[in-house]
Design a protein around this ligand. Structure first.
Ligand SMILES: Cc1cc2nc3c(=O)[nH]c(=O)nc-3n(C[C@H](O)[C@H](O)[C@H](O)COP(=O)(O)O)c2cc1C
Ligand code: SF4
Ligand code: SF4
Length: 257
């Protein structure tokens, strides 16, 4: 493979970005960052992308663990695209630091605003607001692909970046998702289809007597809740009347791990 994209995605935004980028690059494979792929520890390609959502202003923990383990050839062209709802916070800086610790340079960094998917706090975006994000994504992808095809160096510093990183770092330090799955439950609509278990990137859901049981190694990606065909999975009391979101151009089976 000429290039590899390592992608983590709960509701498909980052996977959509990865698919669109891979369509513009030569000979590119997308490998999802999930429990099943955590044993991948070296990469032979020398164009490497990390595409993932911003969580609590930083990097999802599974992505961090994946990057800590993987060995990358020193002169590789490494880039990232982060997707976010409001702000990319400290995510890119954190990635740069993880790579620097391994002696690897982050050559290019991009951010793309997508619909916010943290529906345990807020409602899904309206269709009009979603469309705005998707139109913006399309535009950004063509610029990004152009840069990547030329192995361009693209920095990410800008006005207010240092403040964003500092505040982001503070928010991230209190992010502890693993046990938060204790607040998921299913209502009467659950029919035992098992989709929630299949989309879970950390293999955190066991089906016991036809019902999901969460095993406390949760990333809070919300894939289980967002992709449940019955909208049966709830978080505390707050999601019962709230809609659900996943990217319309991604099929649930693309996220079966
Ligand atoms: C646990 C969690 C934390 C999030 N934290 C942030 C955040 O700090 N800032 C932000 O802009 N978006 C945040 N989001 C929104 C996602 O970054 C955004 O919707 C992303 O595009 C989702 O990507 P995915 O569909 O590939 O999972 C968060 C989402 C989740 C699930
Ligand atoms: S995806 Fe929904 S309906 Fe299917 S088993 Fe899980 S909770 Fe039940
Ligand atoms: S249990 Fe649900 S929210 Fe937690 S990692 Fe799995 S799919 Fe994501």
């Amino acid at each position: 493979m000429e290039s590899i994209i390592y992608c983590f995605s709960g509701t498909g935004n980052s996977l959509k970005v990865a698919k669109d980028i891979s369509a513009g690059l030569k000979d590119t494979e997308i490998i999802q960052i999930c429990e099943k792929n955590m044993n991948i520890n070296n990469t032979t390609s020398n164009k490497i992308g990390f595409i993932f959502p911003v969580y609590a202003s930083g990097i999802p923990l599974l992505v961090k663990q994946f990057i800590e383990k993987i060995s990358i050839t020193k002169d590789s062209y490494v880039y990232t695209v982060v997707t976010f709802g409001a702000a990319a916070g400290a995510s890119i800086k954190q990635l740069e630091e993880l790579l620097t610790d391994k002696g690897i340079k982050l050559s290019a960094a991009f951010k793309i605003k997508m619909p916010g998917n943290y529906q345990v706090i807020y409602a899904p975006y309206s269709k009009a607001k979603q469309k705005k994000c998707f139109d913006n994504e399309k535009e950004k992808i063509s610029e990004i692909v152009k840069s990547l095809n030329n192995n361009e160096i693209v920095g990410f510093s800008g006005l207010g970046e240092s403040l964003r990183r500092t505040v982001g770092g503070m928010i991230y330090s209190s992010f502890s998702p693993y046990e938060k799955d204790k607040d998921f439950w299913t209502d009467k609509k659950c029919n035992g289809c098992g989709t929630c278990s299949k989309v879970c990137p950390t293999n955190n859901i066991e089906m016991i007597e036809g019902k999901p049981q969460w095993q406390h190694k949760c990333e809070q990606c919300l894939a289980c809740m967002q992709w449940c065909p019955q909208k049966s999975i709830q978080y505390k009391k707050v999601t019962r009347k709230r809609g659900r979101y996943h990217h319309p151009d991604v099929d649930v089976t693309e996220l079966f791990h």
